[in-house]
Design a protein around this ligand. Structure first.
Ligand SMILES: N[C@H](CCC[C@H](N)C(=O)O)C(=O)O
Length: 274
């Protein structure tokens, strides 16, 4: 099976053309391929499929390193766009792509960065999903005798965003997994640790559902900015500084799409016998 290794700010992917190849991967096979010593090694595996409806160009499927299929991957979307052009699957520079939960629009810029219309963030607890009596801008979660204040949002996938004084000293390694699997997140969650530098700049680390801490998380950057804007901490255009690099997030507020712009890097092409 042919594949490409790509990354978005160090969040790395195995990208597979499932249009010209017949690809069926079990969760166990995905976990084996994800192994960074005995497999290809990646945070997520991305499948490029033919369109599910005539008004879209492709269907986009995402699998975490633990084999779980998920609804959305922002860094992966930018790599998806560059992959389909590099592989000659399209000549279009604006792509309409369906995912498990909605449609995203990918625009490949002349400098090969990619701008993604990620759709509108959702804060309704039952749609994140998050167990809460009613919708709030800030929630209290108790974990291991600690009281954590957070915001929650869905970018198609579930996110919990915690404001911290300094991302470098944030307790990502301990709090990340505890919150990822907290009982208030019935489908688990991606946990973002956000340091507000000013209204147009944040620093962010993300402990991802099904992958652990990654060098960058596109939907995590989107969710952090959306939560921050809703909490009155951020302006409509925010630079998000992640360990792997920078993303530009723009959101005008409810009933508008949120846009993410950033790089997508092709590392190598490979072949693997399954
Ligand atoms: N771990 C995420 C999927 C990948 C998201 C991330 N890599 C991004 O760039 O958005 C989840 O389980 O919802």
């Amino acid at each position: 099976m042919n594949f490409s290794k790509m990354h978005g700010l160090g969040n790395d992917f195995m990208v597979i053309d499932s249009i010209t190849q017949n690809v069926h991967l079990s969760p166990e096979t995905i976990r084996r391929l994800a192994d960074r010593h005995t497999g290809v090694g990646f945070d997520q595996l991305l499948l490029v499929e033919p369109p599910y409806s005539p008004d879209t160009d492709f269907h986009y499927r995402i699998f975490n390193a633990d084999g779980s299929e998920v609804e959305q991957c922002g860094n992966g979307a930018r790599c998806f766009a560059r992959f389909v052009i590099l592989k000659g699957l399209t000549k279009k520079r604006v792509l309409k792509v369906s995912t498990q939960k909605g449609i995203i629009i990918l625009t490949i810029n002349p400098n090969d960065t990619v701008r993604v219309d990620m759709g509108e963030p959702c804060f309704e607890p039952n749609k994140v999903p998050f167990k809460a009596i009613k919708e709030e801008k800030t929630y209290i979660i108790r974990v291991q005798e600690q009281t954590i204040l957070c915001g929650v949002a869905s970018m198609g996938n579930p996110h919990c965003v915690i404001q911290v004084d300094d991302v470098m000293t944030a307790n990502v390694t301990t709090l990340g997994p505890l919150l990822e699997s907290h009982e208030r997140f019935p489908e688990k969650a991606n946990i973002g640790f956000m340091q507000v530098v000013d209204r147009n700049n944040i620093r962010l680390r993300v402990f991802e559902r099904g992958a652990g801490e990654t060098k960058a998380c596109g939907t995590g950057a989107c969710a952090a900015v959306a939560v921050g804007i809703r909490q009155g901490l951020l302006a409509e255009k925010v630079k998000v500084n992640l360990p792997g690099g920078e993303l530009l997030i723009e959101w005008q507020g409810n009933c508008f799409s949120l846009f993410m712009t950033g790089s997508a890097t092709h590392v190598y092409d490979g072949f693997i016998s399954l």
